[in-house]
Design a protein around this ligand. Structure first.
Ligand code: HEC
Ligand code: HEC
Ligand code: HEC
Ligand code: HEC
Ligand code: HEC
Ligand code: HEC
Length: 342
């Protein structure tokens, strides 16, 4: 605090409009005047660029339109009867403000009695540096560090090298693809047989789907998708806004984020919707999912490949981007799944 405030004082003393004139040069040997000093730079301009009402207003307005601000799951008791979805220690880490702050500051996970929605201070706190020029900007985020995924083993670390690491600290899957026990059979007894709705980081990376043996569509190399290497969560979901309803802190995708690569922005992954429908029909016929897509708890074993096909269907569905996060990977998961159930 002392260090930070001493910096602020230094900067406050320089005149934001025009620096003082330099001290007149001492007369030289030959009697020539010295060069006038340059005007002082405005010390607070870099702070005011963000810390002004005019800059905050559009951010606050856009945030109010976001799903984070709506926080439907925070107080909802639909999913865990009698208890708010986000209260539980295991859910609070991503679903409410107190839980996330506990998690990101290394405190133990505890039940949160009166959970708050995700808000400015959930993601932001204080700057780790004021030397933005040399250290890069940290946007006063609580987390911009690489993210060690909760459930992948061996340890898998995702580093976008930018503020998207903040997103990956919550938008990551919660369970793993099924593992073959050597019999080629699998007892699928879990109605939540999917990575949770939050597998976006893994989808972009191209991991966590089930790799089906001898699938004829090759699996793309992990981490090579163009949307992973040339774009990021933030560059697609937090761009400048054209109409106030997308981009910025709405976290809603704006097509202005796509035009650096696509001259005509594709609205869907070619053929994926049809393949998903084909796969769903097969899974319904095999009695592996209900009409609403919920995995059906089995009492006897099923072929392991069928379990993998079901996993892939749910993985692509619950990423919620219709395959756009990683088109080639999503296509490969679904194509090989269709083969497996045919
Ligand atoms: C790129 C935007 C940006 C710039 C530039 C910036 N900040 Fe911040 N700063 C933030 C954000 C975002 C927060 C999080 C808190 C909030 O919501 O205001 C924050 C928080 C802070 C806080 C702690 C929270 C508070 O309000 O007490 C201080 C102090 C602060 N900034 C000082 C500075 C100073 C001094 C500078 C210039 C050297 C600066 N900031 C430049 C974005 C910025
Ligand atoms: C690793 C972070 C994380 C954890 C832990 C987590 N969730 Fe989530 N959950 C998310 C994210 C992120 C979303 C939003 C994804 C989206 O809408 O695309 C979400 C969405 C949901 C939804 C909304 C699904 C829908 O229909 O849109 C429910 C319900 C939910 N979670 C329940 C839970 C419960 C219950 C727990 C604890 C048992 C839990 N979550 C633990 C990250 C997490
Ligand atoms: C879910 C996490 C999250 C929440 C909640 C959030 N922010 Fe941010 N904010 C970010 C990220 C990530 C960035 C960096 C974006 C980038 O790299 O361009 C950012 C950037 C900023 C910046 C600097 C960039 C700019 O556009 O000037 C300001 C200021 C800011 N946020 C203010 C706020 C305020 C005010 C709120 C509450 C109304 C808020 N944020 C809520 C994640 C969040
Ligand atoms: C503290 C954990 C957390 C962080 C950090 C976070 N999110 Fe979320 N996000 C959630 C949760 C939880 C939901 C679902 C909210 C609900 O329904 O209650 C969600 C919802 C969303 C949605 C809307 C999904 C839908 O169903 O419409 C988008 C888009 C999104 N987040 C993008 C991002 C991006 C981009 C970042 C990084 C800048 C980010 N989030 C950072 C937890 C987080
Ligand atoms: C190439 C651009 C791009 C990148 C990179 C990207 N997204 Fe998306 N994302 C999209 C598009 C397009 C959609 C689907 C359209 C929509 O519903 O907004 C989407 C959908 C989503 C959704 C579901 C929204 C909903 O309405 O249900 C969430 C949550 C989300 N993305 C989070 C993330 C996170 C977290 C990251 C980084 C790990 C990320 N995205 C990276 C473009 C991108
Ligand atoms: C960094 C460059 C880049 C950006 C930015 C980018 N894309 Fe892409 N996109 C690609 C490339 C390259 C492909 C080809 C497939 C691949 O490599 O995964 C692609 C493929 C796609 C596909 C699949 C097309 C098909 O027919 O299968 C869709 C849909 C898509 N992008 C939508 C978007 C959207 C929407 C955005 C903006 C939110 C976006 N892209 C931003 C480079 C980009």
């Amino acid at each position: 605090m002392i260090l930070a405030s001493s910096l602020m004082f230094i900067q406050c003393t320089s005149d934001p409009i025009e620096g003082p004139q330099g001290i007149a040069g001492v007369d030289g040997y030959e009697g020539v005047d010295g060069v006038n000093g340059a005007d002082g730079a405005s010390g607070t301009a870099s702070c005011v660029a963000c810390h002004s009402e005019s800059h905050r207003t559009p951010i606050e307005e856009s945030y109010a339109k976001s799903v984070h601000a709506a926080g439907a799951t925070v107080a909802s008791t639909t999913f865990i009867p009698g208890v708010s979805t986000s209260s539980r220690a295991s859910c609070a880490r991503c679903h409410n403000s107190e839980g996330y702050i506990n998690y990101i500051t290394g405190k133990p996970a505890v039940d949160i009695v009166n959970p708050s929605k995700i808000s400015c201070t959930t993601c932001h706190s204080k700057h780790g540096t004021f030397d933005f020029e040399n250290d890069g900007h940290d946007y006063a985020l609580r987390n911009m560090a690489p993210v060690k995924l909760d459930i992948t083993e061996p340890t898998y670390v995702i580093d976008y090298g930018n503020s998207s690491n903040n997103c990956a600290s919550c938008h990551q899957g919660r369970s793993k693809a099924p593992v073959d026990n050597g019999t080629g059979l699998y007892l699928q007894a879990n109605s939540r047989f999917y990575p949770h709705y939050s597998g976006q980081a893994q989808m972009l990376e191209g991991i966590q789907g089930a790799v089906i043996a001898n699938g004829s569509t090759p699996m793309p190399v992990v981490g090579t998708a163009a949307h992973r290497t040339g774009a990021s969560c933030v560059s697609c979901h937090m761009t400048a806004t054209t109409n106030g309803t997308t981009g910025l802190h709405t976290f809603k995708v704006s097509t202005s984020a796509c035009t650096s690569c696509h001259t005509t922005v594709p609205t869907e992954v070619a053929g994926l919707a049809a393949d998903m429908a084909t796969l769903k029909a097969k899974l319904l016929a095999l009695n592996l999912i209900a009409a609403d897509g919920t995995p059906i708890v089995q009492t006897t074993t099923i072929p392991f490949k069928h379990a993998q096909a079901l996993w892939n269907y749910k993985t692509v569905e619950e990423d919620h981007s219709y395959g756009i996060h990683n088109p080639k990977y999503a296509k490969a998961l679904v194509k090989n799944a269709i083969e497996a159930v045919q």
